[in-house]
Design a protein around this ligand. Structure first.
Ligand code: V47
Ligand code: SF4
Length: 371
């Protein structure tokens, strides 16, 4: 049996195997050794063991729709192909009617709306409060997951308010959860080089902590595959794990492979499948207190995301419908998947597709236009 200690002993990973089997926390140095291991299946077996212990045969997905309200952004992150300055021919800003129309077109079966945009120089908090109330009225059953910690900090700055106050206002207007974007890699070395204008690591973690403290759960991402080291990836995971020990507010971790096309880093080659699988697997093993790891098919490709369900991931994200951030940077996945397509992909991995809501509670799906 592959899980026998001899196999791991030969790879010099028997102590890590023992820690994983007995549920002991892995150190950054353990993560470095897993990344250095040349046998992807050994790392995958360990991650799959944890994944199965937590979630059995289930693989989760959600009927959701992404809405990027605007790509106008005051920041200029070097890894971003999505953002534009105001006045640029490729800048866009959806009108309120366009946003509501996108939600209306999904019908009743929509479980989640995922709303994010750039740090827009003039859209005010009151505009979003009004928009959220209209979305709530239009789709009362849909969970509203909106605005990354970076957008929250941007609203606070432009309104002259504290981030805690912005979070309270948005919560009152209908925001139920924050997506995990904007975390990138916490290393200040990386942030200074790639996104110096963006909210720093401490700021990101503070906003997320405040959200957790007022009962708003969040996700957390990690953008990898550019100029970061493996240790910087692991330090990023350790910072999330530390915060999670205190708040318990993270629902899902999402490793995002960097898509280089049309960015200022287009000379960097895309990640390889082995690095993607290893990153998913090591995330599952390091983040012992975050319940879910997402294989985000938009960035990973549908085929690799399916494979990742065997390497530690338990969530396939969702129907998505329309996606700009990855696709403007060259992601060659389709725009959306139907419920039937996701179920076929999951079943073909010998797993049971479970439709979930944003907090991973089971949904007994009514068939909407996506299904
Ligand atoms: O914050 C920007 C990243 C994020 C690129 O919480 C890029 O459920 C790859 O956060 N290549 C947005 N990534 C996506 C995101 C997300 C997606 C799906 C689900 C959830 C969730 C969150 O995309 C940004 C940034 O970190 N990003 N440019 C790029 N070229
Ligand atoms: Fe703006 Fe976000 Fe793109 Fe950075 S990643 S430039 S903050 S839209």
């Amino acid at each position: 049996m592959m899980f026998e200690s001899l196999y791991f002993e030969r790879l010099g990973l028997d102590d890590i195997r023992d820690k994983v089997v007995s549920g002991k926390r892995l150190a950054i140095e353990d993560g470095e050794r897993l990344f250095a291991c040349r046998d992807i299946n050994a790392v995958g077996i360990l991650a799959n063991h944890v994944r199965r212990k937590l979630h059995g045969n289930a693989a989760y997905y959600i009927v959701n729709r992404h809405i990027n309200y605007s790509n106008i952004c005051v920041n200029g992150c070097r890894f971003c192909a999505f953002s534009r300055k105001k006045g640029d021919p490729l800048a866009f800003e959806l009108s309120e009617e366009e946003i509501l129309g996108r939600i209306r077109s999904q019908g009743d079966g929509l479980t989640e709306v995922h709303i994010v945009g750039g740090c827009h120089p003039d859209l005010r908090l009151a505009y979003f409060e009004d928009l959220l109330q209209k979305i709530r009225a239009l789709a009362p059953k849909a969970f509203i997951k909106a605005f990354t910690a970076v957008e929250i900090a941007h609203f606070a700055k432009s309104e002259g308010m504290s981030t805690a106050e912005v979070l309270e206002r948005l919560k009152a207007a209908g925001v139920q959860m924050l997506p995990g974007g904007g975390a990138e890699v916490f290393s200040s070395r990386i942030r200074e080089r790639l996104c110096p204008e963006k909210l720093d690591a401490r700021g990101w973690l503070d906003v997320v902590r405040q959200a957790h403290e007022i009962g708003i759960k969040t996700n957390a991402t990690m953008l990898y595959g550019h100029i970061e080291t493996v240790t910087e990836r692991l330090e990023h995971m350790a910072a999330l794990r530390d915060l999670q020990d205190g708040t318990g507010g993270f629902v899902c971790f999402i490793p995002l492979p960097f898509q280089p096309a049309n960015t200022q880093l287009s000379h960097i080659p895309p990640t390889t499948g082995i690095d993607d699988l290893k990153t998913i697997a090591v995330s599952r093993l390091m983040l012992d207190n975050i319940p879910h790891v997402k294989a985000y098919w938009v960035m990973l490709s549908v085929k690799l995301a399916q494979t990742a369900l065997m390497y530690g991931a338990d969530d396939f994200d969702g129907t998505v419908v329309e996606e700009k951030i990855g696709h403007m940077a060259g992601a060659d996945s389709q725009q959306g998947l139907t419920r039937a397509e996701i179920e076929r992909i999951v079943r073909d991995a010998n797993l049971e597709p479970i439709e979930r809501d944003s907090l991973f509670r089971r949904v007994d799906g009514e068939r909407g236009p996506n299904g």
